[in-house]
Design a protein around this ligand. Structure first.
Ligand SMILES: [Fe+2]
Ligand SMILES: [Fe+2]
Length: 195
């Protein structure tokens, strides 16, 4: 197995943009899918989304707020959108992937995510490219990678009762909220340690 650290030399904007494409693709595949595969695909989508949005929320946006002149309003709006996406997913936890309105709900969330990604790509990423040099963008990428490992490290225990194969949706949405909140806790704890 090759070292995954090669990834950490990537540029944060490229990493996040690639993840946006991955999320688009997962939504498209899931919306076009039928039958038993949907539960697993939904779980995968939630996992990818949770890690991505958590990393932006606790690492990237706070950094962007510091370096983008007058960026407060833009960053606050992006972070609100992330909370709204998280809440929409949590709200849908009583809906089964087999339910008739699942596709409608999922499409609504997909629209929120697509719009949010577009805002980041237009209002934030170009400014990160302008304001941060290559090494700073790689440093952020490494921070996101580390956070992803930490945020995901508790998932096995936290989700041990998740019955993904059986399509138990409330237990599949759990991972999103848990990763998101875990990432926020980790960052809050590390901030408290600072003098
Ligand atoms: Fe985001
Ligand atoms: Fe994003």
């Amino acid at each position: 197995m090759t070292e995954t650290s090669e990834r950490s030399t990537q540029d944060i904007v490229e990493v996040l943009t690639a993840q946006h494409h991955q999320v688009d693709e997962l939504f498209s595949r899931l919306l076009g899918a039928e039958g038993s595969g949907r539960a697993r695909m939904f779980a995968q989508l939630l996992h990818v989304l949770a890690l991505h949005e958590s990393a932006e929320h606790v690492v990237v946006h706070p950094e962007a707020r510091k370096v983008i002149d007058g960026g407060d309003a833009v960053i606050t709006a992006l972070m609100s959108e992330e909370v709204a996406i998280r809440d929409a997913l949590v709200e849908s936890e009583h809906v089964s992937v087999q339910a008739r309105d699942f596709a409608g709900r999922l499409a609504r969330i997909r629209d929120m995510v697509v719009e949010h990604n577009r805002h980041e790509e237009v209002d934030e990423f170009p400014l990160l490219n302008q304001r941060l040099d290559d090494s700073e963008r790689r440093r952020l990428s490494r921070a996101v990678e580390e956070l992803g490992k930490l945020a995901a490290s508790g998932t096995e225990a936290e989700f041990e009762h998740a019955d993904i194969a059986a399509g138990s949706p409330n237990l599949m949405v759990g991972p999103f909220a848990a990763i998101f909140d875990r990432a926020r806790r980790l960052i809050a704890e590390s901030s408290e340690d600072r003098p």
